[in-house]
Write a protein that binds this ligand. Structure first.
Ligand code: SF4
Length: 380
């Protein structure tokens, strides 16, 4: 059994943010739906544990939605059950939003053995937060992050660039204030204006110069510079950490570790052994195809994708290039033309026995990742 990571999705939010197209819905704190959801997940966790799926799970991520919107009683019960059923945990992360990360919630998370909080701050400018439709203020975010840091948990904050009203100065200020709060880790990414969201509707007929590609690149570069000076190293396209504070769960995703996702917005990716065990829990899963080595499925849509060894290899190459560590150079030995083309175009470079993405490789990420994924289909 080689399931290494567990993700549990909590699809509730206090209010939908203007840019959000994630699987989550506005839910009142006293809505009985949340209790029903909790019961369902607890039952599912028990069944997964009975099937042996959680025995070797090393990392857990409670994501959303807004897990902390469950409130202290419910999130405490969920976290405690996970802790009980995953005896080999080395990292237990929980996503939080400043407005629902109350002292009570923090206390039960600490009690239940959560080790890491990922707080959705996005910006430390009130005008920018309002434009994003976030319900917290900059002051509230700073206060909650500071309290979380004091608990001794590893604290990460999410920050967003290329957003309405943002300037070079306000972006720099957000980064510097986040650093001053003493966080261990930051995830920094440009806003994507998703179709069908209120933000897209609002700007449908207006130019969005604050979001254009040059601004995105400029702000991502500024983040890398400012965070490097403060002692955070970039280890993935959007992730920065102090020494020893990289997120093991996300690294599991990027390095092909099998994972199980619980809840409607979650996907799973399992190897053959894990999939065979998962079929005892999810009886709708069809038998494995004979040549498949990796299976991806979503319980909501009930669809399964069977990946061959070649597709698995291409996917690993692509995911590996999201990380500064890249991939072992020998992994591209069987595709020398593609390797040489990427080297010539300056999208990757050699570092000892590894091939790693260059600055341009990440800037032109779609080209780099697309070229590697194309290897999934053997050339005629
Ligand atoms: S808190 Fe997160 S998941 Fe919830 S609406 Fe906002 S962006 Fe979406």
């Amino acid at each position: 059994m080689s399931l290494g990571a567990l993700y549990v999705h909590v699809p509730f939010c206090v209010k939908k943010c203007a840019y959000c197209d994630f699987a989550s819905s506005k839910t009142r704190a006293d809505d009985p739906l949340m209790d029903a959801y909790l019961d369902e997940r607890l039952g599912e966790l028990d069944r997964c544990a009975d099937a042996g799926l959680l025995d070797h799970c090393k990392t857990v991520y409670l994501g959303g939605g807004t897990p902390t919107h469950l409130g202290a009683r419910r999130i405490g019960a969920l976290a405690a059950r996970i802790q009980l059923l995953c005896p080999q945990l080395i990292e237990f992360s929980c996503e939080a939003n400043p407005d629902s990360l109350t002292d009570d919630v923090l206390a039960v998370l600490v009690d239940a053995g959560v080790t890491r909080l990922s707080i959705g701050v996005q910006s430390l400018d009130d005008g920018e937060l309002r434009a994003l439709g976030r319900i917290h203020t900059a002051g509230q975010a700073k206060e909650r992050v500071a309290v979380a840091v004091k608990t001794g948990l590893d604290v990460s904050v999410d920050l967003m660039c290329a957003i309405p009203h943002q300037t070079d100065v306000s972006w720099r200020r957000t980064l510097e204030e986040a650093i001053d709060l003493g966080v261990d880790h930051l995830s920094v990414y440009p806003l994507t204006i998703e179709e069908g969201t209120p933000l897209e509707y609002q700007y449908r007929n207006e130019p969005t110069p604050w979001n254009d590609e040059d601004v995105q690149a400029k702000h991502m570069e500024a983040a890398e510079r400012i965070l490097a000076i403060a002692g955070y190293s970039r280890y993935e396209v959007a992730s920065y950490a102090r020494p020893g504070k990289r997120c093991a769960h996300n690294i599991a995703y990027w390095t092909g570790v099998p994972y199980l996702g619980l809840g409607p917005g979650a996907a799973s990716m399992l190897d053959a052994a894990g999939y065979d065990h998962a079929r005892k829990v999810y009886r709708w899963l069809p038998p494995r195809k004979p040549d498949s080595v990796r299976m991806r499925f979503s319980t909501l849509e009930r669809d399964v994708e069977f990946l061959s060894s070649r597709e698995t290899w291409a996917e690993d190459l692509m995911l590996g290039m999201r990380m500064t560590d890249g991939i072992e150079a020998t992994r591209l030995d069987i595709a020398p033309q593609t390797r040489d083309e990427l080297l010539t175009r300056g999208l990757i470079e050699r570092h000892g026995n590894r091939l790693v993405p260059t600055h341009d490789g990440w800037l032109l990420g779609n080209e780099l990742f697309g070229t590697l994924w194309d290897l999934a289909v053997p050339s005629p």
